[in-house]
Write a protein that binds this ligand. Structure first.
Ligand code: TXE
Length: 478
């Protein structure tokens, strides 16, 4: 597939005509190209967004609702094509890509409704004055998304930005631009108003950096690695841009002795390995009460060995390919590090080449035990199909281990003890706590992390507030 930019209502190549090779993770072969855009394309997209700004901001909520729903309908209607493109481009199993396409459409539908329902506050001062808050669109905003859940996260940012009345310059990851290209084509097909959404493809340090540095782009919503997030904050901070940063995680998945073990095990296999472990919410550290340690360890090892790693297009594949060669090498290097740190690999640990996918970047689901809680393997984000196991003796120790990382995105815990569940939830230093479930998402809830996992929250009104500038208007009554 030859990916194109979508700027001012038109599909177009980078102005410089250059492209970047696009690799298929399942084969390791180049199968297309992505525009190697630069600052000039960002400027062009910005000018289009600026020209469309006033008319989109003044478009009635009913119209915005109609347009966002039209995008959702078009994605739904073309779901299979989108899913095939996503799976091929990212390496994820096709069945998973299908689910993510459902959610991508849902993101547009959800925020279509938000455009209709968004409201602001008023504050009456006895009989002296009345204040009301105007929540106005920021203007032109930037959305930068990663490669793990490409269209799912791209739409999660674009939809609220548009619903709040902004025009958008957006950049998908250079590793996974295919579904952003299809979204651009969809906009053309349905006659989406020109300039309201602009998609510029290319490298992070070029296109992403130009967006972050652009004086006219007043807010940046970013999801990606913590190091990139730090760099973006350092650039955008002195420019006083609004920033929403969703960064990495090193999430604990805690199984207490009183948990429903069968249920915990069934979900934990997904918590550990869904999407090859390339989800910021995956539980990469499995903490198990010492009385159930052997039982849970043996079962999780068994289940991990049974997961079929294979061609992403096949229905029975549970684990697909790792997104890129550099990331594949990074994950393998962490498995080596775990061994050097004294870890015992109980399942997986190796690269493999499934039939028909020779040359692809596949790694077996890997389970490691015997590591101290504060070693690098247990504190740094690996972002692959690799989990570590750690026993704990009581609630206090579980909490101490869980919190012993610079990250604070999501924690999962399994217990039938109601008061313990609430105590733990209050004391875990994470933005999201799942109790007896994982990745159960209500799109109205605040989504994001504490500590080095980010700044700000997405989802529901949080996203609508992020993408608007509040203005207090005070009227004296006498
Ligand atoms: O992501 P990057 P990388 C973690 C995971 C992974 C690590 C590094 O641990 O191994 O991050 O991944 C754009 N200005 N996560 O380096 O670079 C880039 O083009 C502006 C967790 O591949 O952060 C892409 O669109 N933008 C994460 C986006 O940033 C820049 C998901 C994310 O890529 C830029 C992905 C710059 N200077 C990786 N440099 C999660 N939280 O879900 C790059 N980009």
């Amino acid at each position: 597939m030859q990916v194109l930019n979508y700027i001012n209502g038109k599909m177009q190549a980078a102005l410089n005509g250059n492209t970047i090779d696009n690799y298929e993770p399942a084969t390791g072969h180049v199968y297309g190209g992505v525009p190697d855009s630069d600052e000039a394309d960002v400027n062009l997209a910005f000018e289009a967004a600026k020209a469309a700004k006033i008319s989109w901001a003044n478009t009635p909520a009913e119209e915005k609702f109609k347009w966002l729903n039209a995008l959702a309908d078009a994605i739904d209607a073309d779901r299979e094509n989108f899913a095939i493109a996503e799976s091929r481009d990212q390496g994820k199993p096709l069945w998973l890509a299908r689910n993510e396409m459902i959610r991508s459409a849902q993101n547009f539908r959800f925020f279509a409704t938000a455009a209709m329902q968004f409201a602001s506050e008023s504050h009456a001062m006895e009989n002296k004055a009345i204040n009301y808050t105007l929540r106005q669109p920021i203007g032109v905003v930037g959305c930068i998304s990663p490669w793990n859940l490409p269209l799912y996260l791209f739409s999660w940012k674009i939809a609220p930005a548009l619903a709040a009345g902004n025009t958008v310059v957006a950049k998908p990851s250079e590793f996974t631009s295919a579904t952003a290209h299809l979204l651009g084509e969809t906009c053309v097909k349905i006659g989406f108003p020109a300039g309201v959404l602009n998609i510029v493809n290319g490298l992070g340090p070029k296109v992403g950096q130009a967006m972050v540095e652009h004086k006219g782009i007043k807010a940046i919503s970013f999801t990606g690695g913590t190091a990139t997030g730090k760099h973006i904050a350092a650039t955008a901070g002195p420019m006083f841009k609004k920033l929403s940063l969703e960064l990495g995680g090193k999430n604990p998945n805690i199984i207490f002795e009183d948990a429903d073990i069968e249920k915990a095990l069934k979900t934990s296999i997904n918590t550990s390995f869904l999407n090859q472990g390339e989800i910021c919410l995956c539980g990469s550290r499995l903490l198990i009460h010492e009385s159930k340690y052997e039982l849970v360890r043996d079962r999780i090892v068994d289940e991990a060995k049974k997961l079929k790693v294979g061609n992403p297009q096949l229905d029975d594949t549970r684990v697909g390919a790792i997104v890129s060669k550099p990331h594949y090498e990074k994950v393998l290097s962490y498995i080596e590090l775990a061994k050097q740190e004294g870890g015992a690999v109980l399942a997986g640990g190796r690269a493999l080449q499934p039939e028909g996918c020779e040359g692809g970047w596949f790694i077996e689901p890997t389970v490691i035990e015997g590591l101290p809680f504060d070693c690098r393997t247990n504190t740094e984000e690996i972002f692959g199909p690799v989990i570590t196991l750690m026993p704990f003796k009581d609630e206090e120790e579980a909490l101490a281990i869980a919190n012993a990382t610079e990250y604070g995105l999501a924690a999962t815990l399994w217990t039938e003890n109601l008061t313990r569940a609430h105590r733990m939830a209050a004391n875990l230093e994470f933005g999201i706590v799942w109790i007896n479930c994982w990745l159960l998402r209500d799109l109205r809830t605040p989504f994001g992390g504490a500590k080095s996992s980010g700044v700000g929250r997405e989802g529901g009104w949080e996203a609508m507030r992020f993408f608007t500038e509040p203005k207090n208007v005070c009227i004296a009554l006498s």
